[in-house]
Design a protein around this ligand. Structure first.
Ligand SMILES: [Zn+2]
Length: 385
């Protein structure tokens, strides 16, 4: 199993110039490859694939003085990156786009739209050298090793962010399954509180999120007020990018903790399906931390579950709030203001989100905990509601 580790880099000025030069070479190479695919298709109706483009790396190195000094694996990874963009595009075309949006064709990358380049084999273009990271064509870069890498390092990606350069390693390791707890759980994304479990635990909305968002708006206004092309505007833009990055980190950290907690406590976890949740509920989640994070939260749950030998299923969220978890009675009149439900049929009296979490748990059980988020499974289940 692969795990990713990210570390802050402290390149010297000269190293930073080389990093930026490599990034620029890769960006141009990416745009070349994209143009090649595009014209081949538009003019001749031909499809150029990954392997054909990989064969071009050698010629490209021979032809371009810039590419000549870049490790061939780096150029190969660019080919793979573009291919992945195409694969994602084909997938979106097949599924009809995300939430009704049209599937976008891979785009040409402008100067600030190309953030990273990678190596695919440890010892071939990069390796650890004492406390430093030795990278072909760049040098020995200082690293802040804030945590230890477990397992064997496989790949490296160097990433440019607003706050500086980062190294992202993937390492292969043997996962250890967590001991079974004998407990299952359903998790509801609520309106009053962020997450509510079928055990009745709640995770309140996060105050810091709103505060950080407020700071973000101030920085956005500052950028808008400064005149274009000026150095003051450039500074304001950097401050804004850093705030975006900061919020992203905090959100990631928070969601990591939440998913970790669930994985440790429960054997099987049922959550709402993102694709449907968005349509049903997300209007009310505006400005909440899960607004942009729910997808990555569920992805993280899946990854951690696989690692720990747990099961995560995504269920259809329709009527999870409106149905009584005790007897199935439907509260047709329930509005967003109603925080509590009192069932006239089975006399169940419960917090609204807790009731929804119980319904989600029940649906997880109906899926027998073994259908992943396949749409077929969801529609079968929806039909049987
Ligand atoms: Zn009832």
């Amino acid at each position: 199993m692969l795990k990713a580790y990210q570390y802050r880099l402290y390149p010297s000025k000269a190293q930073e110039r080389k990093l930026d030069a490599t990034r620029e070479t890769c960006r141009r190479w990416y745009n070349d490859l994209l143009a090649e695919r595009k014209t081949a298709y538009e003019e001749r109706g031909e499809t150029i694939g990954k392997y054909e483009q990989l064969r071009r790396v050698k010629d490209h190195k021979a032809a371009s003085p810039w590419a000549k000094v870049v490790h061939s694996h780096v150029l190969q990874v660019v080919v793979s990156d573009l291919d992945q963009a195409f694969q994602a595009f084909f997938r979106r075309v097949k599924t009809g786009g995300v939430l009704g949006a049209k599937a976008g064709y891979p785009r040409f990358k402008g100067c600030n739209r190309f953030d990273s380049f990678g190596f695919k084999e440890y010892g071939n273009g990069f390796k650890l050298d004492g406390r430093r990271l030795r990278v072909s064509g760049i040098g020995r870069i200082a690293v802040r090793w804030h945590r230890q890498i477990e397992g064997t390092i496989k790949t490296l990606r160097l990433i440019r962010k607003a706050s500086g350069w980062y190294a992202c390693f993937t390492a292969e390791y043997e996962p250890t399954a967590l001991p079974a707890t004998g407990k299952d759980v359903g998790v509801d994304v609520g309106i009053a509180s962020l997450l509510t479990t079928s055990d009745g635990d709640t995770t309140p909305k996060q105050g810091w999120y709103r505060r950080e968002q407020a700071k973000l708006r101030i920085l956005q206004r500052r950028v808008a007020r400064r005149s274009k092309g000026g150095s003051n505007r450039r500074k304001a833009v950097v401050a804004l990018q850093r705030q975006h990055e900061h919020i992203g980190n905090q959100r990631k950290d928070f969601l990591n903790k939440q998913s970790h907690r669930l994985i440790v406590q429960y054997d099987r976890i049922a959550v709402e399906d993102l694709k449907i949740t968005n349509m049903v509920k997300n209007r009310h989640l505006a400005k909440s931390i899960l607004d942009a994070g729910w997808g990555s939260f569920v992805a993280r749950l899946h990854a951690k579950a696989e690692e720990a030998g747990r099961v995560v299923v995504e269920v259809n969220p329709a009527y999870t709030s409106k149905d009584c978890s005790g007897c199935g009675y439907r509260f047709e009149q329930l509005t967003l203001k109603d925080r509590w439900i009192d069932c006239p049929r089975c006399l169940l009296s419960l917090d609204r989100d807790h009731n929804a979490a119980l319904n989600i748990l029940k649906r997880g059980g109906q899926l027998r905990w073994n259908i992943s988020s396949s749409m077929d499974g969801l529609f079968q289940e929806a039909a049987g509601l």
